[in-house]
Design a protein around this ligand. Structure first.
Ligand code: LLP
Length: 402
């Protein structure tokens, strides 16, 4: 049992807590699902990029899926070897491509013909052969929130099958490109297996047709997207996930690369916030807390559901909105939830906050970002200091009259 009250007092609120044992268990359950097959779990750094989290995962043998050179550097700093790092993303700056090539990472995921050209040019300038993979958009509806759906042609990600074929042919001809992989990622918080299966089958067929023309794809990168239980949703079991993918790869000898983010860290994270006071407006009951949308954006941005609980309080539960102090009506963590009556100083825990929590925080309203604490081997350890006012303003330069 986590002593939320003690931790809230010790580190103050708002606060992120991560249970490292849970992170480890999730990682291993996915890794084991692909046991016996050549596979690489390339943790999606964007979900939670705290260096201690990355270090912990590095010690378990993770790779990293990165979407900026900053994330690549984080992964390396945490001890993830370059040959386990992939670099994805719909837009990469020249400097980022150059650095990724110099660092000799496993491969760069390409998302357009124009990008292929850029990478080829930069590799030529460096006199290198760039290992690349092409992100295919299989045009499958992943049945998730439209903001986190990525595998339809209407989304900005990847290229159509025909374009991908053209790109593979161009890459094969080039002296500076080595097409080693194929990639797809249809969306995040996926709770249905069927769309994943369909997408995988489409992409596997493409691999077969590429093999026929001597384009030897080695890495089958299935992206991330495995969902977690925020509320009562049914989730996909890692074993079923792996089996579904493997079933589409009959006769192919490929290394499976999987890029899970949320599944690894999501339910290992807790966001603690303190009740400031309650107020009523007509029939509406508001619990006002010290955390805001700048600290945990998911409810505001996606209307995402996170379970909330008032620690140590029971009794009559009446519907309430849990809202933050930020000057936006969209600043809430929960709406119309049956909750007991609260007093100032009570601690509310927001569950499943380990993925896309701290990483999406900001200084909106000049609010310092929260501290992060690891629950590790029975102890609690600070892994990121709470920001101060000085931290927030340190890059600002006062305009002086010359
Ligand atoms: N690989 C690629 C290419 C991705 O775009 C993503 C997530 C992942 C892997 C990891 O997906 P995961 O396993 O975590 O579902 N901020 C949103 C989620 C955005 C996901 C973006 N891409 C949220 O809070 O729900």
């Amino acid at each position: 049992m986590i002593d939320y009250k003690y931790l809230a007092q010790k580190y103050d609120t708002p606060l992120y807590l991560y249970d490292f044992e849970k992170i480890e268990n999730s990682f291993l359950s996915l890794k084991n699902a692909f046991k016996g097959r050549k596979s690489l779990i390339a943790y999606a750094v964007k979900a939670n990029s705290n260096l201690s989290v990355l270090k912990h995962l590095a010690s378990l043998g993770t790779g990293a899926d990165c979407v900026s050179i900053g994330e690549v550097k984080r992964a390396l700093l945490a001890g993830i070897p370059s040959y386990k790092i992939v670099f994805s993303g719909v837009g990469k700056r020249d400097e980022e491509i150059e650095e990724a090539l110099k660092l000799d990472i496993l491969y760069i995921n390409l998302e357009s013909e124009a990008e292929l050209q850029r990478v080829e040019d930069i590799a030529a300038q460096l006199g290198k052969k760039a290992r690349v993979s092409i992100r295919v958009n299989p045009n499958i509806d992943p049945k998730t929130h439209p903001y986190i759906s990525t595998g339809l042609h209407e989304n900005k990600f990847g290229v159509e099958i025909d374009t991908a074929k053209k790109m593979y042919l161009a890459a094969k001809k080039s002296n500076f490109l080595d097409p080693v992989g194929i990639h797809f990622h249809i969306g995040s918080q996926l709770t249905e297996l069927e769309p994943i299966k369909e997408a995988s089958a489409i992409v596997a067929d493409l691999v077969r047709s590429l093999h026929k023309i001597d384009i030897e794809i080695k890495f089958f990168d299935i992206g991330g997207g495995l969902g977690i239980k925020y509320d009562n949703e049914e989730t996909i079991k890692p074993y079923d996930y792996a089996q579904a993918i493997l079933a589409t790869l009959k006769g192919l000898d490929l290394t499976i690369v999987c890029e899970p983010g949320r599944y690894i860290v999501g339910d290992a994270g807790y966001f603690l916030t303190k009740v400031l006071y309650e107020k009523k407006s007509g029939d509406k009951r508001f619990i006002i807390v010290d955390g805001g949308m700048n600290d945990l954006l998911r409810p505001s941005l996606y209307n995402a559901y996170h379970k909330v609980e008032v620690i140590g309080k029971t009794g009559d539960e009446t519907p309430a909105d849990v809202v933050g102090p930020v000057c936006e009506s969209g600043d809430f963590f929960a709406k119309n939830r049956p909750l007991p009556s609260t007093s100032p100083g009570d601690i509310i825990v927001v569950y499943s906050a380990g993925a896309y929590g701290f990483v999406m925080s900001s200084n909106y309203n000049t609010r310092p970002r929260p501290a992060e604490v690891a629950l590790f081997k029975g102890s609690d350890r600070l892994i990121r200091k709470r920001e101060t006012f000085e931290d927030i303003i340190k890059n600002e330069i006062e305009l002086m009259d010359e």
